[in-house]
Ligand binder design. Structure first.
Ligand SMILES: Cc1ncc(COP(=O)(O)O)c(C=O)c1O
Length: 384
């Protein structure tokens, strides 16, 4: 054969029997079949075989199986981001004419999806995250989905997920939970009865602010079919290189979560003592809405919490405080090793509910004493 052909059709062989502790990165768009008859078109290729790289290489399927194992799910589908996981849930569960309930505390871009959904004839209505009666009362004949997000994205309300599930299931409506804060491990979504648990693996599983990914985990066969076929229609897949980063992240997630729990509580308790701070919204502290539910339902807390500034402190002062911080970087997302700070000028609705300016902190792996010193110098600057 000409060397040009030899470049593509090789007789070179490598020794068999290689084993290591690391899942290899299997890249591939084209998946090879032994014979034409094997190349059948069946979306179950997702779990039971390989058909096309978009629906999973061994690296991707291993990550999905690992998340399913951690969450106790029938199956976990991986998506290109946490937000893609959310949109996959909507598109799997809703059709034109349907109605969806979403807590007003939900992740902003989830709320923003209502603009896309309204174009498709799906109405999204918000409910009070702390009132099971409110969600139960708003369920209609055409309600196709109830969302829960616990704790809420910025204001950290812990919801009574089992009670919301009972109310929704009594009317035959499935419940989807954004389980990102709990990393799929600090809250047992399926024991609480939810039908779908999504995570932004971007946060704790990825863990190092260098990868975007989401997961959609399901418990029942019917939901597995519904989400699986929708994901296939949408062509949502993830890269094996990204999956390998998340697999790496999982190995140290317990250590990181353990540190974050202790360090975030130390910083949050210190913040509670500061005169400029009216309230600290941290699920493991009594001041947080739903703290008792957190004690009942969660096995730990994580890196994220918010503070409400005292009345009279302006958005400009809060922004200046955040800018004066040296160890907390200004940036979206959370769950990585670096501490982050974010203000929410576009969520006037939330600061109005809590009667003061909101600021969210993500505690990283820095020494908490250094973080407290940094917060102290920035708070001192506010008085000048
Ligand atoms: C609660 C929550 N859910 C979902 C997402 C979306 O994740 P991603 O950034 O991977 O799209 C985020 C991201 O900030 C989040 O905070």
């Amino acid at each position: 054969m000409h060397w040009k052909t030899r470049l593509l059709h090789t007789r070179a062989r490598i020794p068999e029997g290689f084993r290591s502790l690391v899942t290899p990165v299997y890249r591939g768009s084209t998946v090879l079949f032994e014979r034409q008859a094997d190349a059948h078109d069946d979306w179950r290729a997702d779990t039971e075989g390989y058909a096309y790289g978009l629906f999973g290489t061994p690296t991707v399927l291993e990550l999905g199986a690992r998340i399913a194992e951690l969450e106790g799910a029938r199956h976990t589908f991986l998506t290109p981001s946490g937000l893609a996981a959310i949109s996959l849930v909507y598109l799997s569960c809703c059709k034109a004419g349907d109605h969806v309930l979403l807590p007003w505390s939900a992740y902003g871009p989830n709320m923003a999806l209502k603009r896309l959904l309204s174009r498709l004839g799906v109405e999204v209505e918000t409910y009070d995250p702390m009132s099971v009666d409110d969600v139960a009362g708003k369920i209609r004949e055409n309600t196709a989905l109830v969302w829960a997000e616990s704790p809420g994205s910025i204001t950290m309300e812990v919801q009574d997920v089992p009670a919301i599930v009972s109310a929704a299931h009594a009317r035959g409506v499935p419940v989807a939970l954004d389980n990102t804060y709990a990393a799929g491990v600090l809250f047992d979504a399926f024991a609480a009865g939810v039908d779908i648990s999504i995570q932004a693996l971007t946060k704790y599983a990825g863990g190092h602010s260098d990868v975007l990914m989401g997961s959609v985990s399901v418990r029942e066969e019917a939901m597995y079919q519904q989400v699986g076929i929708t994901r296939r229609w949408l062509g949502m897949g993830v890269s094996p290189d990204d999956a390998s980063l998340v697999l790496r992240g999982l190995q140290t997630m317990a250590l990181r979560l353990g540190h974050y729990e202790k360090a975030a509580l130390e910083v949050a308790r210190w913040m509670q003592q500061q005169p400029q701070i009216a309230r600290v919204l941290h699920p493991a502290l009594a001041d947080c809405p739903g703290h008792e539910l957190w004690k009942r339902d969660f096995t730990g807390s994580a890196s994220l919490f918010s503070v409400v500034f005292a009345t009279g402190i302006t958005p400009q002062q809060v922004a200046a405080f955040a800018d004066a911080l040296e160890l907390f970087a200004a940036g979206y997302s959370w769950g990585g090793v670096r501490s982050l700070v974010m203000t929410y000028p576009s969520r006037r609705d939330l600061s109005a509910r809590y009667g003061g300016e909101l600021l969210r902190l993500n505690i990283g792996l820095e020494d908490p004493a250094d973080l407290i010193r940094d917060l102290q110098q920035a708070l001192a600057g506010m008085r000048e």
